[in-house]
Design a protein around this ligand. Structure first.
Ligand code: PHE
Length: 450
C-alpha cells in the first residue's frame, strides 16, 4: 500500500547521505542542551559516558534504522508495515512523535530566530545586567504574539525547503548549511579559547568529576545521546529510504555519529570558557543560551558580531533538524494517504504551525491549559523525549534483532554482499539483548520507577 518506488527520490552521493543525516542529528540538542546537561552531570565524566552511549548503543541503532529504511524505500509507517503489518505501530509512533516534537522544537527555534534578529538590530545589547537579560527573555516568551510570529516564520522556512523536494530542498540545503555551521563553530571555538580565564572553563568541561556520576547519570547520557542522534523516531528510516544502493550504511552512521559528537563537544568548548571568563556559575541550566550567553556577549569587543554568528549557528542547527522532522510527516502523508507531495507538505505545515502556536502560547496566555500539571509545551517535550523516543528505540531493537529477516539485514549492511562485516553476530547480539535491556532501564527510570 502506498508504495511509489518509481517516483522516489534518491540522494545524489554518499557525501549527501552523511550531510543530510548529520543535519537532522546536529541541532539544538547539541548546542543548547548538551553543554548544560554535561555541566550539571560531572563534566568530563559525563562526556566519557556520553561517548560510550553514542558508540555502543546509538551507532548500532542508527545502522538498524538505516537498514529498515533502505530495504523498504518507504516512509516510516509504510516501511514497518511492509515488513510485518503487526509492527506498523512503530512507524506511527515515529510519525506522531515527529509531529509532536515539531510542536515545541519550532517554538525554541523561533526564539533562536528572534535572538538572531535582536543581535543584528542591536536590541539584544541594550540590557545592562544578567537580571535584565532574564527579564527580557521571560517577557519575550510570555508575549502573546511575538514568539508565535517567529514560530510561524520558522515553520514557513522549513516548509520552503521541504516544498522543493528531497533533492533540491533537503539535499541542497544540507550541502550549503552544514559546512557553514561547521565553520561558524570552529571560529567561535577558537575565539572562546583565546579568552582570558577561559582555561578554567575547559577544565570544568573536560575534567572528570566521578563523584557526580550515579546510575541515573548513565540514563541521562543515553537519553541525551538518542535525542541528539535523532534516533527512535523514524527519521533514520525515512532518510535512509532516499539513500542510494552504493551508500555504505555503517560508514554513514559512523560519520554522522562522529560529527554529532564533535559538534556537541565543540559547543561545550565555545560556551564554558566564555562563561568562566565572565566569572559566572556554569550550571545555569536551560537558560544558559538565552540569558547567560547574551549577557556575556555584551561585554565582548565586537559583541554584535559574536552574538549574531552564535545565534545564526543555532538557527542553522535548528533548521536542518526541523526539516528532517517535517519530512517524516510529509513522506507519510504523501505515501500512505496518497496526497500529492505539495498537499502533504502544506498539511504538515498547517498542522504544525497550529500546534507550534498553541505550544508557544502555553507559556503565556494559555498557561492554565495543563495536562497532568504540565503546560502544552512541557507536555510535548516530556511525552516525546521521555516516552515515545525511548519506546521507539526499544521496539526498533526488538524488531530488527528478532523479527527482521536476517538475510535482509545482512544484505543492507553489506550492500548485497559486496562489503565485509565480520562482527555481524556481535551486532545482532547487541540489538537482541544488550540494547533492549538498557533501553527498558531508561524507560522505567524516566517514569520514575527507580
Ligand atoms: N537531533 C536533534 C537535536 O539534537 C533533535 C531531534 C530529535 C531531531 C529527534 C529530530 C528527531 O537537536
Amino acid at each position: 500500500m502506498g508504495n511509489h518506488p518509481h517516483t522516489r527520490a534518491t540522494l545524489g552521493s554518499k557525501l549527501s547521505a552523511v550531510l543530510v543525516t548529520a543535519g537532522s542529528s546536529v541541532g539544538l540538542g547539541n548546542i543548547w542542551r548538551f553543554p548544560y546537561v554535561a555541566g550539571d552531570n560531572g563534566g568530563g565524566a559525563f562526556l566519557v559516558l556520553y561517548i560510550l552511549c553514542v558508540l555502543l548503543l546509538g551507532l548500532p541503532l542508527m545502522i538498524a534504522e538505516f537498514s529498515v529504511g533502505r530495504a523498504t524505500r518507504l516512509n516510516a509507517v509504510g516501511a514497518f508495515r511492509s515488513l510485518d503489518r503487526r509492527w506498523s505501530f512503530l512507524g506511527y509512533n515515529g510519525v506522531l512523535a515527529a509531529f509532536l516534537i515539531l510542536g515545541f522544537y519550532f517554538v525554541v527555534s523561533g526564539w533562536t530566530a528572534e535572538y538572531l534578529v535582536g543581535s543584528l538590530s542591536g536590541a539584544l545589547a541594550r540590557c545592562t545586567s544578567s537580571a535584565e537579560y532574564a527579564e527580557m527573555f521571560e517577557t519575550f516568551i510570555h508575549n502573546p504574539w511575538r514568539p508565535v510570529l517567529y514560530t510561524t516564520l520558522f515553520v514557513l522556512a522549513t516548509h520552503f525547503v521541504i516544498a522543493k523536494g528531497v533533492r533540491n530542498g533537503i539535499e541542497r540545503s544540507a550541502k550549503l548549511l552544514m559546512p557553514v555551521l561547521f565553520v561558524i563553530l570552529v571560529v567561535l571555538a577558537v575565539h572562546s579559547l583565546t579568552m582570558p580565564g577561559g582555561g578554567a572553563g575547559l577544565r570544568f568541561f573536560f575534567r572528570p568529576d566521578f563523584s557526580k556520576v550515579t546510575p541515573s547519570t548513565i540514563l541521562v547520557a543515553l537519553g541525551q545521546a538518542f535525542f541528539s542522534l535523532s534516533i527512535g523516531i523514524g527519521i533514520m528510516v525515512t532518510y535512509a529510504s532516499y539513500f542510494g544502493r552504493e551508500t555504505n550504511l555503517r560508514h554513514t552512521a559512523l560519520n554522522v555519529t562522529l560529527i554529532d559528537t564533535l559538534v556537541a563537544i565543540l559547543s561545550g568548548v565555545v560556551i564554558f570558557p566564555a562563561v568562566f571568563s565572565a566569572g559566572i556559575e556554569p550550571a545555569s541550566g536551560p537558560s544558559l543560551v538565552f540569558i547567560t550567553l547574551p549577557s556575556i556577549f555584551r561585554d565582548m569587543p565586537l559583541s554584535m558580531v559574536w552574538s549574531s554568528i552564535f545565534f545564526l549557528l543555532l538557527v542553522i542547527a535548528a533548521l536542518t533538524s526541523t526539516i528532517s522532522l517535517h519530512e517524516v510527516v510529509t513522506a507519510y502523508l504523501h505515501e500512505e494517504w496518497h496526497l500529492n507531495r505539495r498537499a502533504a507538505t502544506w498539511a504538515t505545515t498547517g498542522a504544525t504551525a497550529v500546534l507550534g502556536a498553541l505550544a508557544s502560547l502555553s507559556l503565556g496566555v494559555l498557561r492554565d491549559w495543563t495536562v497532568c500539571g504540565l503546560n502544552l509545551f512541557d507536555s510535548l517535550d516530556f511525552l516525546t523525549a521521555n516516552i515515545m523516543l525511548p519506546a521507539g528505540g526499544f521496539f526498533t531493537c526488538l524488531f530488527v534483532g528478532w523479527r527482521l529477516d536476517r538475510a535482509v539485514l545482512r544484505r543492507e549492511i553489506t550492500n548485497d554482499g559486496t562489503l565485509r562485516f565480520r562482527i555481524f553476530g556481535a551486532f545482532l547480539f547487541l540489538l537482541r539483548y544488550v540494547l533492549p535491556v538498557i533501553l527498558l532501564a531508561i524507560f522505567l527510570d524516566n517514569l520514575g520507577l527507580f
